[in-house]
Design a protein around this ligand. Sequence first.
Ligand SMILES: [Zn+2]
Length: 295
Amino acid sequence: MTGMRLGVDVGGTKIAAVVLDRNGHRIFHARRDTPKTYADVLHAIGGIVGECEGAVGAGASIGVGMPGSQSPRTGQWRNCNMTFINGRPFAADLEAALGRPIRIENDANCFALSEAIGGAGEGYPVVYALTLGTGLGGGLVVDGHVRRGANGVAAEIGHVPIVVPEGEPAPCYCGGLGCAESYVSGTGMARDHRLVTGETLSSPQIIAAMQAGDAGAIATFGRLTDRLARLVGMLANALDPDVIVLGGGLSTVAGLAEAVRDSAPRYVFGREAAPPIVLARTTESGARGAALLWD
Ligand SMILES: [Zn+2]
């Protein structure tokens, strides 16, 4: 082996890849659009692997991050928001297409691994990472290794139902009702804003209105941060991680992390303190974390 590690992050719209050298430094990266059929996704991953290895002039180990997880019972992929992947033996098919072994993990677990090794979670034994974007992902790394759990669903906090005081519980694509992701995400915030105010705005529009002083948008943002603080309390009471890393597009909105830090302790048993809440530091963390699946 050359010691090169290639990580591929398969997202709903983009496939991103990075190549790390033997010291963990990024030496190449590439992106392409995610196709809309199963066969085309396998083909596109093969294409980006070929592009990366051609550019660096060497073979590499291959790690892959993707939404959802592999069933330990059937070997089939499931819980992916790219639903055409569900029910397929994705890892086996990809290994066959690439002609070599791969390591594959849930994308939020890859994000957590990237932050635990050289990111904002460096030095903390138990790192819980939350990606707050269109959806809500969770990942868990203990002592530098991803913990996927006995059923492959560890850290899937986005599909824990949360109690909200107003309205009917929101239906989720997973089949659940009142899943945290339906409230604590860009999509969830937009839905909540529409239900409470009657205004249909995207999450960036709500943030802009909040920053311009709009009372309705300020209240929507307050509900979002309060619900996120409840999730932090839930995480603390179940696992009490050493650090919680926040990533994703919504996490960097000014005031979000501060609001969650302020209110989280009131949802933690004893009401004394919550785990430290820090912002993600690594770039291309899904692909980088996938590369780090190989030591
Ligand atoms: Zn759900």
